[in-house]
Write a protein of this length. Structure first.
Length: 228
């Protein structure tokens, strides 16, 4: 499908990288699926050079695998890498939740309540993509309230494969409602200006990701890189 806009010059590689990364992380492109450089080049109206540059960046992130004799394939989710990434994220977000409870203003609380309401609306509509985006915004907003939005930028770099795994948890019956129920005590503790309560609520929320890995792997084995 031809893109409506065609990136030019140095913008091309960045635009293609951003679009492909979104498709890979959201599982629009499924693990094991082949990626055609020529089809992407045609879709964007560019040569294969910027496409190759974007593919190499994605390979560095472990999102695609390049086999010279076979082609380019969407990588599977590396099970072994998930616990470490979740633990790093948990440590960082416990800190942002604690600091948010110490620094939050009334207007910031209103904003955080609005984000959680967006999640409720997305859950009611069974709109998983809107739910995921509101989920991301909830955590990003807490980092911003804490005064360190750069921490969320760092977390995004660490959790690329965790995001792919999380997409597989949302179709599970009741999971979106459970996420909301886990977010509510985080928000309540921040609103109560209770730093330790906010930290503990965030820890409980993210620990759920650790405990669900085996179950989600069993349900969707084709998405995961099985350890040998």
């Amino acid at each position: 499908m031809r893109r409506s806009t065609r990136p030019r010059g140095t913008r091309a590689s960045s635009q293609i990288y951003s679009d492909l990364r979104t498709e890979l992380v959201s599982l629009v492109r499924r693990p094991g699926e082949i990626i055609s450089e020529s089809q992407i080049a045609t879709a964007y109206g560019v040569s294969r050079t910027p496409v190759r540059e974007a593919i190499l960046k994605l390979a560095d992130e472990g999102l695609v695998e390049i086999f010279p004799q076979s082609g380019i394939f969407v990588s599977r989710i590396p099970v072994a890498a998930l616990p470490e990434a979740i633990i790093i994220r948990k440590a960082l977000e416990e800190t942002t939740a604690r600091m948010a409870a110490e620094r939050v203003t009334s207007s910031q609380l209103l904003n955080l309540h609005a984000v959680l309401e967006r999640q409720r609306e997305a859950s009611a509509a069974k709109h998983r993509e809107a739910f995921h985006q509101a989920d991301e915004l909830f955590h990003a907003t807490i980092a911003e309230i804490a005064g360190y939005p750069g921490i969320w930028t760092l977390i995004q770099q660490v959790k690329v494969h965790v995001d792919r795994y999380r997409r597989l948890t949302l179709p599970q019956a009741g999971r979106m409602a459970e996420v909301i129920a886990e977010h509510e005590p985080i928000l309540a503790a921040i609103e109560a200006r209770d730093p330790n309560g906010a930290r503990l609520a965030m820890a409980r929320h993210l620990e759920r990701l650790l405990s669900d890995i085996s179950e989600i792997q069993m349900i969707n084995p084709e998405f995961f890189d099985q350890p040998t």
